[in-house]
Every structure is written in C-alpha cells, then in structure tokens.
Design a protein around this ligand. Sequence first.
Ligand SMILES: C[S@@+](CC[C@H](N)C(=O)[O-])C[C@H]1O[C@@H](n2cnc3c(N)ncnc32)[C@H](O)[C@@H]1O
Length: 300
Amino acid sequence: MNIGKFTSEQIAQFWEKHPVGSNFVPASEWKDFFIRYDRFRYNHEPHILEEIEKINFKGKRVLEIGMGQGAEAQKIIEAGAIYNGIDLTKESVTRVKLRCELFSLPYESLQVMNAERLDFPDESFDIVFSHGVLHHSPRIRIIIHEIHRVLREGGLVVVMLYHRNSINYQISIRFIRRLGIFLLFFPGMSRLVAKLTHEDMERLEKHRRYLRRDGLAYLKMGNFIHKATDGPDNVFSSVFSQSEAAELFSGFKNLSFSKHFFNERHFPILRSLLSANMKKKIASRYGWHLWIKGIKSCSR
Ligand SMILES: C[S@@+](CC[C@H](N)C(=O)[O-])C[C@H]1O[C@@H](n2cnc3c(N)ncnc32)[C@H](O)[C@@H]1O
C-alpha cells in the first residue's frame, strides 16, 4: 500500500468534519449531549468500562492519544489520574475542554497535537492510553516509538486497534458491505442495500457517488477498508492481527491481548438467537476491537 499519499493534514480535515460518534447522537445542549453520548457508547460497548476499571489510574500521570468526544477522558479523570489529552483536531480539544468545564473535571493539559510527534519530554508518563486511533495513521510505527519514548520505565501502554481476524472484517466488511455497495451500481437498490449494510441513506449516496467515480477500484480492499470502517470520506484505516500487533509492540514486555465487540448489526437473526454470554464469547475470539497492553522496558 502506498502510505505516502495519506497526509496528516488530510486525516485531520476528515476528523475535524466528522467528530467520532456524532452521527449517532444529535448535538443539542452540550451537557445533555455528553451524557447521552456516553450512555449510548457504553450501552453498545460495555467492555470499554470493564477494561478501564481494570487499570489503576489513581495518582498516575496519564496521556490519552485521540480523545474524540472525551468519554474515556472523563472516566480516566474520575478514576483519579493526572490527565493529559491530545487530539489531531481543534474540534475534539474544544469539546473535551467544554466537557471538563461542565463536569468539573481537573486536567493537566489538553492540546491539539499529532501523536507522530509528541511534544512531551522522554519518560514523562506512567500510562499512555489510546482507543481506536493508531489504526488511522499510516505511520503507526512512529507513534508507537513516540509512546515508548514518553513512557517511564515500567509504564503501561493500553491501545485498541481494529482486529483483522474478526467477524466484522472477514465477513461483514469483506463480503456483506462490499456486496451491498456493489449493488449500488444498479438503479433502485438503495433500500435493499440500506437493509443489508445498515448504512444511512446519506452515507450510501456518497458511496454510490464514489463508486461511480472510481469504478470497481473503489471496492478493492486497499481502498474500501478506509471507507467501510469510518464512512466514505474517511482517509485512512488499517486492521491488525494479534501477531501483527505483537510485532508492532515488541519493544514492550508482558504483552497481553483481549478482543471485544461482536458488531452484530449485519446478523439480525443470529443477534436474536444468541444470549449475551454467547455474544461475549464470540467477541472474545473474533471481536472487532483488539486491546493491547504492555509495559515499557528499557531494553528495546
Ligand atoms: C475514531 S476516533 C477515536 C476517538 C476516541 N478515542 C474513541 O474511541 O471514540 C479517532 C480520533 O483520533 C484522532 N486522531 C487521528 N489521528 C491522530 C493522530 N495522529 N494524533 C492524534 N490524534 C489523532 C482523531 O482526530 C479522532 O478524534
């Protein structure tokens, strides 16, 4: 894949225009918006809270990379961290500042910054946390190198990346969603495709436009992966198997992995047949979200 063509400026422009998750919850009054956003998020992805609760943040100097709407920022601060957050976009930093003000959450710093060039001294953090961000950079190795640099010896890294060996990637994205978008070539298919892919009509219209413009090349996985994960305008996404992630984080010791999130929206029948416990079991093996934890060791 030619990664040189994806610039940080293009990636920032996309996230400025599409703050993560705002398509799920309409922005109304801000405090109410944050409460409803978090409720929606943790109803759909309760494992995030479970994972966060396993980490001892109390009194720890924490850096979060890619805050989005600041849901985890709030949890981490409430758990007693000395919190520092960065995001590529002004929009996210402004929203998290507002959230902190509205909920009286103390923090050390909130800054617009590219994780590819962390403006912090070596060994300045006990924990670096990043959920759903690093797979949006074509220069992920540089970011991991930066994380290693700013963590103190014995510090903890916690990262979530999209999981290649997941039902969402191998079945939903590669087959169901691609087939759905392919059907948009034909007139009058939008309703069926909306049912199949669970995309809203506005997004489908964009997919259709880009498909007409680029032809079948739009559906090649090297291109479609960006469009299927975070919408038709998304600039860059990638997916990782556990062994690929282990290699990326090989500079850390005591690596551990867990998988979560069975994205069940493409499986309406299965969804109604499976118990919550069974869904959790499936997600623990083939979930879309691959959580990686490791400890900084000096000997890289
Ligand atoms: C998919 S959102 C995830 C946000 C949040 N952590 C969550 O899980 O909802 C990706 C966020 O990471 C930010 N981001 C993307 N690339 C980044 C980079 N190189 N450095 C810092 N932030 C980045 C984007 O601006 C966006 O807010």
